[in-house]
Ligand binder design. Sequence first.
Ligand code: ATP
Ligand code: MG
Ligand code: MG
Length: 369
Amino acid sequence: ELSIEEVKNEVAARFRLPGEVTLLQPYGNGHINDTFCLTCALGEGKTKRYILQRMNDDIFNSPKELMENVVNVTSFLRKKIIAAGGDPDRETLNVVPAADGGNYLEYKGDFFRMYIFIEGATCFEQVKQPEDFYNSAVSFGNFQKLLADYPADTLHETIVNFHNTVSRFRDFKKAVEEDVCERAENVREEIQFVLDREPDTHVICDALIQKKIPLRVTHNDTKLNNIMIDNETGKGICVIDLDTVMPGSALYDYGDSIRFGANTGAEDEKNLALISLDLELFDIYTKGYLEGCGGSLTKEEIELLPMGAKLMTFECGMRFLADYLKGDVYFKIHKPEHNLDRCRTQFRLVADMESKWEQMNAIVRKYSK
Ligand code: ATP
Ligand code: MG
Ligand code: MG
């Protein structure tokens, strides 16, 4: 464990800063990286703030590739924002280089990176009102729009096959066959639920391979608290937390947002009667996302939005079930059968989407004119 003094005097000091670091303290509510805010003295009483992060090396084992993705995407965004007359220090993350010119640095086996602090904006932890969910939809849609002409195939796939539902299905079947904890017998119904939907697992993967839909830059962690909301206007100004930026499909980001944001119940709710797709929230997110995308999605992608929502939910449930079968080795559990509870909510949500399929498609059509 590094002391805060060491982070201030040894780590922060190794970045290209315009003055002396006068204050450094832990910051924010992130769960993945260790985040610090630091203040730098510019002279004449002026100061400038920065974000310093110790990157989580359990989850991300290739900081070099990860940071290349971040730097390439944010430099691209910066140019676009300048061209549009926006404020590039507030509307995108900006990586501050290390003194040796690198875009991150290693100190005693830990990896650190620095960003310009986005002033005058707040990130909200939870959706409190539908408006919040709408705001995040517009922001992530806008992120997609700004990156619509980015060559997504040049990005590193830092987590290989992250949303490759076909390979996830293969992993799932292997977990069932191996059945290392002899749990399969208890969950025949859930296993059958997955097997019955095998044809669905190909839909997005095939569309990508056959180039029916484009490969895009995906964010892969589209939570409300990964958006900075302007304190004056209440509107989203910047998408942050780009650790999982990768090549993929726009349907992944949209679909995962619906999965966790438009469920009427909690992800581990035991009472499945409380689980359903909230069509009002589905409507609001779809409206915001398509507005934010501003015409950058293709007709084929838009038609597949309901499928994106269903498949991301299905894939997540399948991963929970596979992890239950493997003995809870990937997702942290807080009680016995936690992964089983989680898989059941996801499958209930999938089933509910199937029963509301026509309504979901009608909502998408309403906003795609
Ligand atoms: P998560 O748990 O969402 O994965 P994380 O550990 O990856 O979080 P970040 O989301 O990158 O961490 O940052 C944590 C928090 O720090 C953010 O929620 C935000 O409050 C703040 N933050 C991050 N970057 C900036 C920035 N450039 N300017 C201002 N605040 C920032
Ligand atoms: Mg975050
Ligand atoms: Mg994160």
